[in-house]
Design a protein around this ligand. Sequence first.
Ligand SMILES: *[C@@H]1O[C@H](CO)[C@@H](O)[C@H](O)[C@H]1NC(C)=O
Ligand SMILES: *[C@@H]1O[C@H](CO)[C@@H](O)[C@H](O)[C@H]1NC(C)=O
Ligand SMILES: *[C@@H]1O[C@H](CO)[C@@H](O)[C@H](O)[C@H]1NC(C)=O
Ligand SMILES: *[C@@H]1O[C@H](CO)[C@@H](O)[C@H](O)[C@H]1NC(C)=O
Ligand SMILES: *[C@@H]1O[C@H](CO)[C@@H](O)[C@H](O)[C@H]1NC(C)=O
Ligand SMILES: *[C@@H]1O[C@H](CO)[C@@H](O)[C@H](O)[C@H]1NC(C)=O
Ligand SMILES: *[C@@H]1O[C@H](CO)[C@@H](O)[C@H](O)[C@H]1NC(C)=O
Ligand SMILES: *[C@@H]1O[C@H](CO)[C@@H](O)[C@H](O)[C@H]1NC(C)=O
Ligand SMILES: *[C@@H]1O[C@H](CO)[C@@H](O)[C@H](O)[C@H]1NC(C)=O
Ligand SMILES: *[C@@H]1O[C@H](CO)[C@@H](O)[C@H](O)[C@H]1NC(C)=O
Ligand SMILES: *[C@@H]1O[C@H](CO)[C@@H](O)[C@H](O)[C@H]1NC(C)=O
Ligand SMILES: *[C@@H]1O[C@H](CO)[C@@H](O)[C@H](O)[C@H]1NC(C)=O
Length: 343
Amino acid sequence: MLFKSLVSLALAATSVYAQAVKGKAFDHIFIIFLENTDFSLAASQPEIQALTTESVLLSNYHAVTHPSQPNYLAAVAGDYYGLNDDANHDLPANFTTIVDLLEEKNVTWKTYQENMPSVCYTGYDSDDGLYFRKHNPFISHVSIALNSTRCQNVVPSSQLYEDLNSTDPMPNYMFYTPNMMDDGHNTTVKNASLWLAGFLPPLMNNTKFINNTLVVLTFDETEDYTIPSNNVYTLLMGDAIKNLKNTTDNTFYTHYSLLSTVESNWGLGNLGRNDVNKNLSNVFSFVANATGYENVNVTDPPVLNGTEPGFLASTSAAAQTVPVSALLSATVAFLAGAITFMV
Ligand SMILES: *[C@@H]1O[C@H](CO)[C@@H](O)[C@H](O)[C@H]1NC(C)=O
Ligand SMILES: *[C@@H]1O[C@H](CO)[C@@H](O)[C@H](O)[C@H]1NC(C)=O
Ligand SMILES: *[C@@H]1O[C@H](CO)[C@@H](O)[C@H](O)[C@H]1NC(C)=O
Ligand SMILES: *[C@@H]1O[C@H](CO)[C@@H](O)[C@H](O)[C@H]1NC(C)=O
Ligand SMILES: *[C@@H]1O[C@H](CO)[C@@H](O)[C@H](O)[C@H]1NC(C)=O
Ligand SMILES: *[C@@H]1O[C@H](CO)[C@@H](O)[C@H](O)[C@H]1NC(C)=O
Ligand SMILES: *[C@@H]1O[C@H](CO)[C@@H](O)[C@H](O)[C@H]1NC(C)=O
Ligand SMILES: *[C@@H]1O[C@H](CO)[C@@H](O)[C@H](O)[C@H]1NC(C)=O
Ligand SMILES: *[C@@H]1O[C@H](CO)[C@@H](O)[C@H](O)[C@H]1NC(C)=O
Ligand SMILES: *[C@@H]1O[C@H](CO)[C@@H](O)[C@H](O)[C@H]1NC(C)=O
Ligand SMILES: *[C@@H]1O[C@H](CO)[C@@H](O)[C@H](O)[C@H]1NC(C)=O
Ligand SMILES: *[C@@H]1O[C@H](CO)[C@@H](O)[C@H](O)[C@H]1NC(C)=O
C-alpha cells in the first residue's frame, strides 16, 4: 500500500516534468565545478585555452570563501552559513535551496556526481576514494536528502548518458561534479584540463544536450588562500552563447551569480540570501540583457578569502551530523505525509 502510493507519486512527478521549461536566455544550464586552481594557472592550460575560444570568458568571477565545501553550498543555497570545513553537515528542513525555487515553477533539475555509489547516497565518501560528499551540496540539505522524490535527482554521473538516450527532455538545471581525480583535487589542473578535453566535446556535439543550453565551467576556489579576491577562471559555453564565442565579459560575478542568473532566466523569485545581495550577485550579462535585470558596477570588490559568521560556524570544528534516529523519524514523518496526501 505504502509502496504503491509512493510509486503513484513518482509517476505523477514524471508526467509533470514531461516538457522542458523555456527560459528567457537559455532552456538548460549545465554547471561544472573543478577544484582549487588560481586564475592564472587555469588560463595557462592549452586545453582550457582551446575551450576559451568557444566561450565567453568571465574574467572577473569569484569564489566566496575557503575551503571547498562552503563554496559548493553557496552556489545552491546563497549562503555558506559560516562554514569553514569539509565535514558532513545536515542543514535543517527549512534551509531552502535553488531546488525549492525550481520545483515551484516546474523547472526540472538533477545533479550528476561522478562515482557516487548510489542514488541519494548520504555517506561522507565512496570506498574507492573518488566521490566525496563535500563536493555535493544538495545532499547536505535535509529538504533534499530526506525527501525520497527529490533525492531521486541526486545521482551517479552514469545517469547522464542514460538521460541523453532517453526520450524525456534533459533536466533544465544540471549540476555536474567530477570525481577527485577528474576535478584536479587529488591530481593537478593539467589532469582536470585533459579530462575536460575528453568529456566536453562529445556533449557539445550532442543535439539533445546542446539545445539552447548554457554550460558553465568554474573552479570552487583558488588554491592560494592569500588571494583576497578569490578570482577563479570561469567560462560560459554552449549554443546559448553561440553569438558571443571568443569574447570576454569583465562584469563582477561570484558563485552567487549562479543563483541569480538561474532565478532571472526562469523568473523564479529568490532565496533572500546573497542571491539578492546586489554587490555579490550580478546576473551573467547576456542573461541580464534578455531579462531586463540591472547589474551593478562593482568597483570596490570585497575580500572573499575569509569566512563570514553563520549558523554552521560554531559546529565547524567537528563533524556535525544529525543522528540516524532523527533522520529515520523525519523520513517516517515524510512518508506519513505522503500517505495522508494519497488518501
Ligand atoms: C529555520 O528555522 C529556525 C527555527 O525556526 C530559524 O531560527 C532559522 O532562521 C530558519 N533558517 C532558515 C535558513 O530559514
Ligand atoms: C506545475 O505543474 C502542475 C501540474 O501539472 C500545475 O498544476 C502547475 O500549475 C504548474 N506550475 C507552474 C508554475 O507552471
Ligand atoms: C583523494 O584524496 C583524499 C584525501 O584528500 C583521499 O582520502 C582519497 O582516497 C583520494 N582518492 C583517490 C582516488 O586517491
Ligand atoms: C518532496 O519533494 C516533492 C517533489 O520534489 C515535493 O512536491 C514535496 O513537497 C516534498 N515534500 C516535503 C515534505 O518537502
Ligand atoms: C546509449 O545509446 C547508445 C546507442 O544506442 C548505446 O550504445 C549506449 O550503450 C547507450 N548508453 C546508455 C548509458 O544507455
Ligand atoms: C595526470 O596527468 C599526467 C599527465 O599530465 C598523467 O601522467 C597521470 O597519469 C595523470 N594522473 C591521473 C591520476 O590520471
Ligand atoms: C563533432 O562534430 C563535428 C562535425 O560533425 C565532427 O567533425 C567532430 O569530430 C565531432 N567531435 C566530437 C568530439 O564528437
Ligand atoms: C529541443 O528542445 C525543444 C523544446 O524546447 C524540443 O521540442 C526539441 O525536441 C529538443 N531537441 C532535441 C534534439 O532534443
Ligand atoms: C586573505 O588574503 C590576505 C592577503 O593576502 C591574507 O593576509 C589573509 O591571511 C588571507 N585570509 C585567509 C583566511 O587566508
Ligand atoms: C579569439 O579572439 C582573439 C582576440 O581576442 C583572436 O586573436 C583570435 O584569433 C580569436 N580566435 C578565434 C578562434 O576566433
Ligand atoms: C548587453 O547589453 C549592453 C547594452 O545594450 C551591450 O553593451 C552589451 O554588449 C550586451 N551584452 C551582452 C553579453 O549581450
Ligand atoms: C564601472 O566603473 C568604473 C570606474 O568608475 C568605470 O571605469 C567603468 O567604465 C564602469 N563600467 C561600467 C560597465 O559601467
